[in-house]
Design a protein around this ligand. Structure first.
Ligand SMILES: Nc1nc2c(c(=O)[nH]1)N[C@H]1C(S)=C(S)[C@@H](COP(=O)(O)OP(=O)(O)OC[C@H]3O[C@@H](n4cnc5c(=O)[nH]c(N)nc54)[C@H](O)[C@@H]3O)O[C@H]1N2
Ligand SMILES: Nc1nc2c(c(=O)[nH]1)N[C@H]1C(S)=C(S)[C@@H](COP(=O)(O)OP(=O)(O)OC[C@H]3O[C@@H](n4cnc5c(=O)[nH]c(N)nc54)[C@H](O)[C@@H]3O)O[C@H]1N2
Ligand code: SF4
Ligand SMILES: [Mo]
Length: 725
């Protein structure tokens, strides 16, 4: 007997948005929402406001949130499709325990008992630090704070770090060194007020699509625009001046631009004298970076270097913005310092339309690096080796200062310590290192050596496949909390729906483990707001001060910028007004930078530079966005971008399969021949795992200060494997 097919109505009921097409009448017609929840996009650091449409306790769509000032209702391709991750058939609905026959579903009591048993066994056998924690910056401030406290108080391990170590740390370290504080100096609403925007190492159009709107508004007001990138990115195509820098040469290029400014005396002596220290050393350092020498190192024509300096000088107000393009280097901190030197020497900071900033990447890239989940940090941006900071936090946490661990290993070093057998156990939250760390082979070898690994994730990430226990955690829309966007604006994340099935809110899982470790009294939280209250208290008087914040105030003002030290304080959208910096003497510090080559430069055997990054439709290691059909359609798999001249040399055409080999391993992917990239450079987006992973070939060398890996430069050679069809 024929089985009757499902009707349109039944299909919709059964599969909802996963049908992946718009039914006649649209989703709205089928799913009159039960409620709209004002919250924020779960992806990048712009943290666009969005209203999630909820039907039957599932997120089924979205509406723009036009009153939220950052994006005023606008959303990018990922923002409009993000709702498709909720209620996805791949969502983890139960804890999973590894058996000889794969994973089995478990209840929470069994899963968490096993976690606690292994934590206790490993720590008793090998010492406290042998159990490590890796956390993430896609999670709320509340969770970031909890993870730091959990590691130091419940586990008493020094070894906790986070995936921002792959992201924001070069800029963070340089900002601390130069300004005494790690936050973008201006709100984005300053961009339309400026006369010149210089963007280096950021593909804003694809990575922060909504910020493009601020650039357009600046252009509408007459601003000029300079872009620096080895690739002519979508925004670079609209630039007044484009400097196609050779990857890994930014400190030389910035020194060269400053050299021209000093040569013509286009600098701000009054500002330098009144508000900074150390200018002479920078003046000396850039003296040799003539346009000619800078051109030879950077691959940018000397005339363009001079033109960049002229345009900077001609503008009365200017802003310099950068992202990972200059930061993902073994000299990431130096690259950033060379940018800051340019800004300080010309006094272009601390005024409306005049300023500087790194563009924060992850959704909570800013807050994620403030509240103590970094290996060298305590809440409020405090230093874990500073005796006074340790005392302050020990008091808040009601523990003895002597019990607080000291500085631990950074994320990549931590994985290396796993590989070396020093760390035996790992708990991870919102981190997928198998895809996101450089040199995949090494990461995989390390994961295989762990005696015990527990991963908390809403999806089965590639790294979670290596876990002994996978704990079904929550998506951003399934928990209350706050995040701090790329401007330093603390915004409210609302719980739209509960976690599905037996999945639990991340913070509940961590608190449950802490209780099972006998620390009930030190983790007395009933809801995320309890955590936020404690976080604000813990931050009081620290370098990152949230003391005056609470949920109501944040909601009333569409977000509040830190520092916000008291209830009456309105928050601080623009830093350094009046030339007042955050070092104790109020002055900014210049740092001389001398160019040095990348850790792995090209040679006769590996003659081509490989760089890596992103495409607009995919997000980070892809755990979420590779599951969203329309985003997969937009850019189904990684391709190797290369210039026609390089392609011709290797007889390669678009679609041919090309093997890229480095000293570590190789990856074979289809070629995409484009005129927008330098002929000596190839680019591969890194969002895919396994055989398609860009990180099979990347270099694990670290910046000596920030410990960020050199994702943006390694030396490779090419081989055509197969002609395309
Ligand atoms: N669509 C999308 N958006 C995202 C993300 C995502 O995964 N997908 N991730 C978010 C996160 S966490 C981050 S960190 C940001 C990253 O944002 P971006 O830093 O803007 O993005 P990337 O693609 O990593 O790199 C930016 C640019 O650096 C250039 N570049 C490479 N090498 C060099 C160099 O040596 N010098 C200079 N000057 N430029 C160089 C690349 O060609 C690229 O265009 O994006 C955020 N937004
Ligand atoms: N080659 C190369 N490699 C790179 C980069 C590059 O440019 N080139 N960029 C680097 C950068 S800038 C970054 S930021 C890293 C990012 O690398 P990762 O941080 O490893 O990437 P994510 O995809 O954010 O992995 C986070 C995991 O968090 C889960 N997750 C998301 N939200 C939540 C939540 O609320 N709770 C829980 N429990 N889990 C959640 C996701 O499902 C995913 O499995 O990659 C780095 N790697
Ligand atoms: S710009 Fe960033 S925050 Fe805004 S919708 Fe796109 S991914 Fe989400
Ligand atoms: Mo990032």
């Amino acid at each position: 007997m024929a089985i009757p097919p499902l009707s349109e109505q039944e299909l919709i009921q059964q599969y909802g948005p996963h049908l992946n097409y718009e039914p006649p009448g649209g989703w709205l017609a089928e799913h009159e929402p039960d409620r709209l929840v004002k919250t924020h996009c779960c992806f990048c650091g712009v943290q666009c406001g969005i209203q999630l449409k909820v039907h039957n306790e599932k997120v089924v769509g979205f509406e723009p949130w036009e009153d939220f000032p950052v994006n005023q209702g606008k959303l990018c391709p990922k923002g409009v499709k993000r709702y498709l991750q909720n209620n996805h058939p791949d969502r983890l609905l139960h804890p999973l325990i590894r058996t000889d026959n794969g994973f089995r579903e478990a209840d929470w009591d069994d899963a968490l008992s096993l976690v606690v048993e292994h934590i206790q066994r490993i720590q008793a056998t090998y010492g406290k630090d042998a159990f490590a924690v890796l956390s993430g910056a896609s999670v709320t401030n509340e969770k970031a704070y909890l993870m730091g406290k959990f590691a130091r108080v419940a586990l008493q391990t020094a070894n906790i770090d986070y995936n921002g170590r792959l992201c924001m740390v070069s800029a963070g370290a340089a900002n601390k060194m130069a300004f005494g504080i790690d936050r973008v100096a201006n709100p984005w609403s300053d961009i339309p007020l400026t006369q010149l925007v210089l963007v280096t190492g950021s593909n804003i159009g694809e990575c922060f699509p909504i910020l493009t709107d601020y650039l357009w508004r600046a252009r509408d007001n007459g601003a000029k625009f300079i872009a620096i990138d080895p690739r002519m990115t979508p925004i670079a195509r609209t630039a007044d001046l484009f400097l196609p820098v050779r990857p890994g040469r930014d400190s030389a290029l910035m020194n060269g631009i400053l050299h021209v400014l000093i040569e013509h005396d286009w600098i701000d002596h009054d500002f330098i004298d009144a508000h900074t220290k150390g200018f002479e050393s920078v003046q000396k350092a850039v003296a040799e970076y003539t346009p000619q020498m800078t051109a030879e190192i950077s691959g940018v024509p000397a005339a363009s270097i001079v033109r960049a300096a002229e345009m900077w000088a001609e503008a009365e107000k200017s802003m310099l913005l950068h992202a990972r393009g200059i930061e993902h280097h073994t000299k990431g901190v130096e690259n950033v310092l060379s940018c800051i030197n340019l800004v300080l020497a010309t006094g272009r900071i601390g005024q409306p339309g005049c300023g500087y900033g790194t563009i924060t990447g992850q959704g909570n890239g800013q807050g994620g690096r403030e509240h103590g989940q970094r290996c060298n940090q305590l809440p409020g941006g405090r230093d874990i080796e500073n005796p006074q900071h340790r005392e302050e936090i020990a008091r808040t946490w009601k523990v003895n200062e002597s019990e607080l661990p000291h500085v631990g290993l950074t994320a990549v070093e931590l994985m290396d310590a796993v590989n070396a057998g020093q760390i035996k156990g790992l708990l991870s939250l919102s981190f997928n290192p198998l895809v996101s760390l450089p040199d995949t082979k090494l990461t995989r070898a390390a994961l295989e050596k762990l005696e015990f690994y527990a991963a908390i994730d809403p999806f089965m990430s590639e790294t979670a496949h290596y876990a002994d226990v996978v704990l079904a955690g929550s998506l951003q829309e399934e928990d209350e909390g706050t995040v701090t966007n790329g401007e330093g604006r603390v915004v409210r994340i609302r719980r739209a729906v509960p976690p599905p099935g037996n999945a639990r809110a991340d913070w509940e899982i961590i608190v449950d483990i802490a209780h099972r470790l006998g620390k009930e009294l030190l983790f007395p939280y009933a809801e995320p707001e309890d955590l936020f209250r404690e976080l604000c208290r813990a931050s009081a008087g620290g370098p990152v001060d949230y003391a005056g914040l609470n949920y109501t105030k944040i909601e009333q003002h569409n977000g509040v910028f830190w520092p916000c030290p008291s209830r009456e304080h309105p928050g601080t959208p623009r830093l350094f007004e009046g030339g007042e910096f955050a070092h104790p003497d109020g002055k900014a510090q210049f740092h001389p930078v001398t160019y040095r080559p990348p850790d792995e430069d090209v040679d006769a055997t590996y003659p081509i530079i490989m760089t890596s990054g992103r495409v607009v439709s995919q997000y980070l290691s892809g755990t979420q966005t590779r599951r969203i059909g329309p985003l997969v359609d937009q850019y189904p798999g990684p391709q190797i971008e290369l210039h026609p001249r390089l392609a011709e040399q290797h007889d390669i055409q678009s679609g041919d399969m090309v093997c890229v080999e480095s000293r570590r391993s190789s990856v074979t992917l289809p070629a995409l021949v484009v005129r927008t990239i330098r002929p000596d450079t190839i680019f591969i987006p890194y969002h895919w795992p396994g055989e398609q992973a860009a990180n099979r070939v990347t270099n694990r060398a670290l910046d000596p200060i920030s410990k960020i890996p050199e994702f943006k430069v390694c030396a490779v050679r090419l081989r055509k494997v197969k002609a395309g069809v």
